[in-house]
Design a protein around this ligand. Structure first.
Ligand code: GLU
Length: 548
């Protein structure tokens, strides 16, 4: 067989050469050890937590080493593509702090190794396709769907491995005449790789996450180019990651089964094999067993979920870091104020079996992250969230920023900041009572009659001075307590509760409920300071009116 003639017949318009491409996309001049890696998502319109796990791993590996992170859009599967998905993808990744040095952007491509959208690279793939044909390493296959289905049936009936291999590879050694005849008839064809591998052979392979793997050679003549001339993932992966000078491939471990083929393909093309970082799936507990997070069953897989709940980006980022590198948490405890990207990330610490997603843990991380923010930042992020997801609350927050910031300052700063908020969605419940429209009417404990409560509130109003410091303020509350036969002596009360009508805690609760509508609130003295004299008094008066 004259393979060069076959190559010319199949790819008459390809005049470019692999050498020319090598020159056009030269090796990058980067410092020793610099990692060049990429995110290569398919634009399906669904960006999920798994994308972020891979993205952050890639981002850290590239930027921590002084290397390059680029974005390649894998749009070879036109059927799966959703309009606008590339924009969603780019914006979402950006929102989560993944910044690319080059690749696809909203405005187009940026960088010297493009195009970065695979459908625009057809001509490049064809150069290598032609080379493989000319070397006798690839061939056209004219099998119809029916023939392939029949082949599969036979294999299944014989209890053989299914696939296009060995004696089943019908077009592997066909003559030029057969091929010409099909081409002349205008029949569609795919380009297949001529595998020289055998499933009898195994070899060792080192994956940066999975460790040492024993790999069985591939014997299947996989498709390289589909009938429309667009490459399969496998072929595009080899060509793109070579020409874009990728040093590390960070991807999901669903690609492990085809890794033997990829290794073979890089070799056949004369490319240096990159290092592989195969990331396990995100799992969750379902009852007592673990399972993969699923798009259908688990809303928390979608990144839009975290935005709507109001998890700050930093919280999601930090949580993923704790998932990826379990020592991140200790590091964070010891370096409370350090920027997260100063943590020394290691892909070797990833759990080979995948990480266990734990919502309670995420919430905990988020509480800590929010507790470390200053009030101005909390105000900014909360308002942004509210404007989108609770516009009425957003308007209130924006109507008086100083007031909102004063509320959000409660318990902030210092060694042990309060951890009231895990998500912005909780904020209204936490602080809504400061706004008259969100204030709910108090429901007092039925143990106490309204005469007593009104008495307490009246006495408080008489003594209340907004200029008191918290000590004086509380002394007044204690004084009222004693005046009405309640006690400030909690020990004595515990010893004999029947000896008293109630305690200082009950008295405080009456006042708290009158002012906040709730039995729980941030420090009541501070709440009154923020509300101011008039609003505090007004609320207490209204409560009295409702009780009598
Ligand atoms: N487009 C592939 C995916 O979304 C990319 C895998 C890779 O990173 O190589 O799974």
């Amino acid at each position: 067989m004259d393979y060069q003639a076959l190559a010319d017949l199949l790819f008459p318009n390809v005049t470019d050469t692999p050498d020319a491409l090598e020159e056009r996309f030269p090796c990058r001049s980067l410092p020793e050890g610099a990692v060049v890696t990429r995110m290569a998502p398919s634009p399906t319109g669904f960006v999920h937590l798994g994308n972020l796990v891979q993205g952050l791993t890639a981002e850290r590996m590239a930027h921590q080493s002084g290397g390059v992170l680029f974005l390649r859009v894998e749009d070879t599967d036109a059927k799966r593509e959703v309009p606008g998905a590339v924009e969603v993808l780019i914006n979402t990744l950006k929102h989560y702090g993944i910044s690319f040095d080059e690749g696809a952007t909203i405005e187009g491509d940026s960088g010297n190794y493009g195009p970065y959208r695979q459908r625009q690279r057809a001509a490049i793939y064809h150069v290598y396709a032609k080379k493989l044909v000319a070397e006798g390493q690839a061939y056209p296959c004219f099998c119809t769907e029916e023939q392939l289905a029949a082949m599969r049936e036979t294999q299944e009936a014989n209890k053989e491995t299914t696939g296009y291999y060995g004696k089943y590879a019908m077009w592997r050694d066909r003559s030029m005449e057969d091929i010409r005849e099909q081409l002349n008839a205008g029949n569609p064809w795919v380009l297949r790789f001529k595998s020289t591998g055998s499933i009898e052979n195994q070899f060792k392979f080192d994956d940066l996450v999975k460790g040492k793997l024993t790999i069985t050679e591939n014997d299947v003549d996989h498709v390289l180019l589909k009938s429309d001339g667009i490459p399969t993932y496998h072929f595009a992966h080899a060509v793109d990651d070579h020409l874009m000078r990728t040093t590390h491939v960070v991807r999901g471990d669903e690609w492990l089964p085809t890794l033997p083929f990829h290794i073979q393909l890089f070799k056949a093309l004369g490319f240096k094999l990159p290092k592989y970082v195969h990331i396990g799936p995100l799992m969750k507990m379902d009852g007592t067993s673990k399972r993969k997070l699923s798009k259908r069953k688990d809303p928390e897989l979608a990144l839009t979920y975290y935005k709507a709940e109001g998890f700050p980006v930093e919280a999601v980022y930090e949580y993923i870091m704790t998932l990826l590198n379990s020592n991140f948490e200790d590091w964070r405890r010891a370096n409370a104020d350090a920027a997260a990207d100063t943590f020394k990330f290691s892909p070797k610490k990833l759990n080979p079996a995948g990480s266990l997603f734990d919502y309670a843990k995420l919430t905990d991380v988020s509480k800590n992250v929010i507790a470390r923010m200053d009030a101005t930042k909390v105000y900014k992020l909360l308002t942004e969230w509210a404007k989108e997801f609770d516009p009425d609350f957003g308007t209130k927050l924006e109507s008086d920023p100083a007031f909102a910031k004063a509320i959000l300052s409660i318990g902030r700063g210092g060694k042990k900041p309060r951890k009231d908020l895990a998500v912005w969605k909780d904020a209204k419940d936490y602080m809504g009572f400061f706004y008259d429209e969100y204030l709910s009417a108090p429901v007092f404990d039925e143990k106490f009659d309204s005469v007593t409560i009104v008495d307490v509130l009246n006495r408080f109003l008489e003594k209340f001075d907004i200029n008191d410091d918290s000590g004086v303020w509380f002394d007044k509350v204690k004084a009222i307590t004693e005046e009405i036969g309640f006690t400030t002596d909690m020990k004595a009360y515990k010893a004999d509760p029947t000896a008293f009508k109630g305690t200082v805690a009950d008295v405080s609760t009456f006042i708290r409920q009158a002012v906040t509508g709730k039995t729980n609130s941030p420090d009541l003295y501070t709440v009154m300071q923020i509300l101011g004299y008039d609003r505090t008094v007004d609320r207490i008066r209204k409560t009295i009116e409702n009780l009598i």
